[in-house]
Design a binder for this molecule. Sequence first.
Ligand code: AKG
Length: 312
Amino acid sequence: MKPFSELQAQHLTADVLHHEIGSRGYVLIRNLLPRTELNKLLGEVSQILSRSGWLTSGRDPIERIANAKAACGDPDPAFKSTYREVFNLESFHALPHHPQLKAVMKLIVGDRVLVHPKPIGRLIFPNSERLRVHAHQDYRFMNGDPECFTVWIPLHDCPGEMGPLQILEGSHHFGFQAHIDENLHVPEIPAGAEMGDEWVGGDINAGDVLIFHSLTVHAAAPNFSDRMRISLDCRFQDCARVVNPANLAFAGESGKSWEEIYKTWTSPNLKYYWKSLPLNFQPSRAEIETLSHTAASPSMRSRYSRILAQIA
Ligand SMILES: O=C(O)CCC(=O)C(=O)O
């Protein structure tokens, strides 16, 4: 596979970033984030995985040697309860706000940067093909404005055999591509139907960040190692552009709430920061209110009611 094109963190300007993302659909920045800070978060996450029995006992959890018998992933119930513990970590939510990352995102989206408040943690068991994320565009899941960017951040060195993300270079030039969702937990673009230039990939190390446009097709490589691959992905956009309010709330039936998540946090800084921003919701608050009474099915009406209550 063709190797990623890459930039070093010390050589970044808005022009260079716009050129890379505009032409290729992504930019891989080497050595942007301090390894010590990533390692601290990795330590917290791997303690949780170890307590859940996901790691081989007798080894240091930070090595992430997987207990193959525990292999699970979304939507397995065993996965969800452990994932929730990871998601509730204050440090997990703090990483997307890292000043070095925010400075780069400002160069890409402008000064009014919105850090979407729901990063996703990937806790990927090795040799579990059924749990691998296949080709898709994030716009399929985010809606809102396509000028939204995902940042993929491994918490440890992630060599090719450990399943880093791969990118279909130039695929953002082809608009929204058809996804299938029949019998699939996560919709995907059927293999061979993706439109773009060439798949690119390679090692992505602790400190590196892979940034891509919401229409860029990407997929996870298989994890053939004996370790769990742990990464976080988060989304950024210009505050003034349209935002799908579902991206700030827990619209499903999980019962998750910001109140519960924030309960154990020690600092007020990142609690509800998004509520004080002048966001351009689509649908608007008034439209969601109407939809909570008029949407076609009771489950959709409940979904809109939950969103409304959480963004109020
Ligand atoms: O890390 C993964 O396995 C998938 C990540 C992904 O699809 C994303 O960041 O949008």
